[in-house]
Write a new protein. Sequence first.
Length: 65
Amino acid sequence: MTVAVVLLATALVIVVALLAAAGAGKLARMDGATYPTALTRAAVTFATVITLIATVASVFGTLLT
């Protein structure tokens, strides 16, 4: 049961990060950025979301144990 919850949570985090990255890339293109710049902004957003979720999970892990 625990493994299933961890896998589902991981999948949800990745989907949210991909959606945020796609939104950031689209907004960058709409703002007139070139494709490489938009891709860079999307990659930075993806990494930021993953880092934020890892930090939040670490804090929750510390608080709940």
